[in-house]
Design a protein around this ligand. Sequence first.
Ligand code: FMN
Length: 148
Amino acid sequence: MTEDIYRILYCSRNSLSGSIEQQKTEIAKILAKSRANNPARGITGALMFNSGFFAQVLEGPLEQVERTFETIQRDMRHDDISVLQCGNVPQRDFPEWSMAYAKADSGETESLADLNLAELLENQSTAAAEISNLLRSLVVQDDEYTCV
Ligand SMILES: Cc1cc2nc3c(=O)[nH]c(=O)nc-3n(C[C@H](O)[C@H](O)[C@H](O)COP(=O)(O)O)c2cc1C
């Protein structure tokens, strides 16, 4: 039997305070927690962060993804959470990663890193496609952070 994969793509406003270094330390904690929790739940995905916002894909069994997303929504490290896409998908985009980290602050992605949430939310379907592609390309490019 094939596994039903449910996928959520959301973005949110980063409410981390402190210097960029302090924020990166906090991101490392989020990734460590995700990589500890997600495998047992059958969840894979990717997380992107810049000074303005987070974008994350969570994919896996419906119940597990929903439960994890509920916890994430209560997390004070971000707010203004907007679901850009959700539903069943035929396959995972990030089968190898319990939570991949896609750096959004490197050279060629600068303009995308500068995207602001308001602009993204004006056209959710374009934003969803754009962020999905961005996450996939960044995760593939960057193997420093992507091991499970
Ligand atoms: C942007 C963002 C993404 C997160 N992603 C995950 C995730 O994929 N999996 C996870 O378990 N926790 C994630 N967290 C952390 C949760 O909000 C929460 O702190 C954590 O799940 C609590 O786990 P615990 O009950 O094992 O301490 C994320 C938090 C933020 C701010």
